[in-house]
Ligand binder design. Structure first.
Ligand code: ZN
Length: 321
């Protein structure tokens, strides 16, 4: 059956996303956040383009103070790479690079274990297949030679989360099409007030991810369509996890700048980052939030990728079915 797809481009001056900070007499210090980038598994995850997008999306809420920490490249020297993680209330991982030295791994584990917030964006769950603590933090991951030794597959079946120990590789996706996100924990602060089902802009729909899945709550899923190389399962898309005292928000969404220009991505990323840092969400939902039938993206953000500078619609028409 053909479903009509409506596309809404939110205005350049999307003031509804910005809380009215100036109207409050209460003085609160901004939440310090660091985005870690510096490497990706390939040119297809262009962190030089996507990190400025993530930074802008956090800063425009008015509640975050965002730094960027760029790790050395895979052939670089990590000797002097010693970020002071403890000064941040949340770390956003936009990184899929080589293994870190033991000292840095230990510092990262201590940071999260003692209550630091962590946000995993898309391919950051490809990183570090051989670092057990990191795989506990992300819950599930894909690629980089992960297989059954990484843990079972996790997906939704008959309305509940199941684990599947079948052997096999981890991680796959089809063509980048719009797809529906279905809330499984609609009362969680990150999702509260959002539609129960909404249409995400063209993105990779990750499936067949594996991992320990400890202390993991799936907030939202997406149906992986076998007609688009999918699994036929409802795959986890948004998750929260605990690691020691630390809170973690894991979004599978955000392959590229366009996927990150989706108002649904933006809202859940902004709220997820606040939630891992403070345990609550104070941000309102934008009036331009997508609906079940309507993709909604920010043209001003899409155009942060030069490929979309000419105003060409990045929504692939052939993806509409
Ligand atoms: Zn990707």
């Amino acid at each position: 059956m053909r479903t009509r797809l409506w596309i809404l481009v939110a205005g350049l001056l999307c003031t509804s996303l910005v809380p009215a900070m100036g109207q409050s007499t209460r003085v609160t210090s901004p939440i310090r956040v660091a985005i870690i980038d510096g490497q990706s598994g390939g040119a297809y995850h262009n962190w030089r383009l996507t990190t400025p997008v993530l930074k802008k999306e956090l800063e425009e809420t008015g509640i975050f103070d965002v730094s960027v920490i760029t790790a050395p490249p895979s052939d670089g020297d990590f000797t002097h790479f010693k970020p002071k993680l403890s000064q941040y209330r949340a770390i956003v991982m936009n990184y899929d690079g080589p293994a870190w030295p033991a000292g840095l791994r230990a510092q990262f584990e201590k940071y999260v274990d003692s209550g630091g917030g962590l946000v995993i964006v898309h391919a950051a769950d490809n990183a570090f297949p051989n670092w057990p603590a990191y795989n506990e933090m992300i819950g599930i991951g894909g690629w980089r030679n992960r297989n059954q030794s990484a843990g079972p597959y996790w997906y939704y079946q008959d309305g509940k989360l199941v684990s599947d120990p079948s052997p096999g590789a981890a991680g796959e996706h089809g063509a980048r099409l719009p797809f529906e996100i279905t809330a499984r924990q609609p009362e969680h602060p990150i999702l509260k007030g959002l539609p129960p089902v909404w249409l995400h802009a063209n993105d990779e729909l990750y499936g067949k991810l594996r991992g320990p899945g400890k202390n993991m709550t799936v907030l939202a899923t997406a149906h992986s369509d076998p007609n688009n190389k999918g699994t036929g399962h409802d795959e986890p898309m948004l998750m929260v996890l605990r690691y020691g005292k630390g809170r973690i928000f894991h979004t599978m969404l955000g392959h590229d700048v366009f996927a990150m220009s989706c108002v649904g991505f933006i809202t859940t990323f902004q709220r997820g980052t606040e939630w891992v840092a403070t345990g609550r969400v104070t941000q309102e939902v934008s009036a331009t939030f997508p609906t079940r039938n309507t993709v909604s993206y920010r043209a001003d953000i899409a155009q942060m990728d030069p490929a979309f500078l000419n105003g060409a619609s990045p929504v692939v028409p052939s993806g509409i079915k």
